[in-house]
Design a protein around this ligand. Sequence first.
Ligand SMILES: O=S(=O)(O)O[C@H]1C[C@H](O)[C@@H](O)[C@@H]1CO
Length: 601
Amino acid sequence: MFEDINSGDGGIYAELLQNRAFQQVTPNTTAALYAWSAINGARINVIADPSPISSALPNSLQLIIPQGTSGQVGFGNEGYYGIQVNSEWTYNASFYYKFSAASSFDGAATVTLQSMGETYATASVPISGSQTAWKQVAVSLTPTSSPASTANNFTVTFDGSNAAGQTIDFAMFSLFPPTFKDRENGLRIDLATTLSEMKPSFFRLPGGNNMEGQTWATRWQWNVTVGPLVNRPGRMGDWGYVNTDGLGLLEYMYLCEDMEIEPIMAVWAGYSLNDESVPEDELATYIQAAIDQINFVIGDPATNEYAALRASLGHPDPFRLTYVEIGNEDFFGSESYIYRWRDFAGILRAAFPHLRFIATTYPFNPVLNPAPELYDNHVYSTPDYFVENAFYYDAYERNGTYYFQGEYAAISTNAADVFGSNGRLMYPTVQSSVGEAAYMIGFERNADIVFATSYAPLLMNVANYQWSPNLVAFDASRVYPSTSYYVQQLFSTHRGTEYLPSKLPTYNATLYWSVTRDTTLRNVYIKVVNYDAVPASMTFALPFEVSSAGLVTVITGSADASNSPTTPDAVVPTTFKMTFSQTFNYTAPAYSVSALTAYLV
Ligand SMILES: O=S(=O)(O)O[C@H]1C[C@H](O)[C@@H](O)[C@@H]1CO
C-alpha cells in the first residue's frame, strides 16, 4: 500500500532536490526558499515571475549577484535531508534559466556536488545574458569519490568577478541519480529493489489519506500528475508538505510494470478529510474524472483522448488493471457513501464491466447498492490484538463477497490509545511483527475470501516522518527493512497455490500455523508463528510423502528488537537445512515466525 507520507518525494521518487520548482509556496518569503541557501554573498528570492516557466509553475528563483563579490557566488540545495554522492553514479542535473532583462553577460555557471567546500563533482554550463526566454540546460555530474556522509549540496554558482551585477531567473531544477530499470523520472534504485524483493503481487495507490485531500480542492487529481514536469503544479498533500507530483499516475503504472505487479488503483470519490461530501447532484464531474483516470490507464488510444494522452507519453498499450477502489476509509463518510458508491460503482461498472470495484466502508454497514463484491478493511492495533484476532475472517459469511485487507499493522503497545504517542512504535519490533504474522495466518486460512492484503504504511524517511511504524525506513543513503518487512517477504515467498486443512490452532493461544502447497513447484510450506516468550514444540503428520531434504527460514529475536538506522540488521531471516519425514517434529523459537519448505516426492 503506497501513499506519499514522506515516502514519495524524497523517498522512492528519485528526484534529489527538495523544493525543486517552488511549487505551492508564497513568493518573497523565506519559507519559499526551503532547502535552498545563498552562497558567498548572493541574494536569492522566490518571485512570482511575470513570465513564468508555465502556468503550473508560477514561481522562479531570482539570483542577484551584488557588485563587488568575488569567488563562487550563487546558491545550493541540501536535498531531502542530505544527498548521497556516489562515484559509481552519473547524475543528471538540469534547470531552466532566463534573464528578465537582456545583458551583455556571457559566462558560465558552475554546477557541483559538494560539501563544506570539498567538491565531489563539477560541470560548467554556458549562460548567456541574451537569453531572455526560458532555456533548459542539462549537465552530467560524475563524482570523483563517495563520501560516507550525505551532508552534501547541489550548487549553482558564478564567478563573482565577472558576474557581478547580474540578475538571473531560474526554474524547475532537477537532479537525478540512476533510477530503477533506468526509467526516466523514475524510482530510487535501493528502495524500489527492496520493495521488489518482497515479491509483491500488487501496489495500492495513490492512498490512503493522501488521495482524499483535506478539502475537495486539494484532493489528488490524476490529470495534473501526468505529462511534462513543468506542467505539474504539485499540491499540498494530506501529511503537511507539498507533493511535487513528479511521482504521478504514469510513474505509478511504470512502477507496477517494472516490478511486474498490478495496481489496485483508487479514484477520488467525493469525500475529503474535512468531512465534506460532494452532494449527489454535483458528483458527475468527479465520476467523469474517474472514468478519464481509468481510460488513461487502460483505454484505447484510438477512441479515447486520455488513452491517447497515455500513448503520446510513450505507452500506447494499456497497463494491467483489474481492481479500482472507490475512495478511501469511507466509513468516515458512510452516510454520503450510500449515494456516492451507488453513482460511482453504478456508472463505472457500466463503463468498465470487466473491472472489479472495491468499497471502503465497513462491510454491509451501511447497506450499499449495487452490493459491493469487494471491501477494503483496515486495522491498526496492538500486537496482542492481532494474535487474539488471528481467526478474524473465519466468522465471515461466505456470500460471494471478497475482502482486501488494504491496511494493517501493529503500531502501538498501548491498547488504550493505539494512535497516540504513548506506546507508539517507531519501528516494528519482533513482537509486533510476530503478532502481524499470526493475523496473516488467518488470511491464508481464509484465502477463499481474502483476496489481497497489504501492510501499511510502506516507507518512512527517518529524517522527517508523519507516521510510525512503517514497513521500510530509509535515509538519504540507506534502506532499513524492518522485522515486519521480513515477515511480509517470508509469507510472500512461501505462498503456495492452495491451503491444506490442518488441525486448527487454538483460539486466543500463542501458536499458529498454516500449511499450503504449490502444485507447480511441488513444494509444501508450513508457516509457524510462536508469539510465546518460550519455544514451542510440535509434531506434524503429513498426509503425503515429502523428501527428507528441506529448508526452514526463521525470523526471531527479543520481543522489543527492531531494525533501525543504529541497528539495521538486528533481526534478519536465517535459513537452515531441515530433515523432513512424513511425521516430524519442529520447535519454534520464542517470538518467531518460521517458514518450513518441504518437497513432495
Ligand atoms: O489516521 S488514519 O486514518 O489511521 O490514517 C491511516 C489510514 C489512511 O487510509 C492512511 O492514509 C493512514 C496511514 O496508513
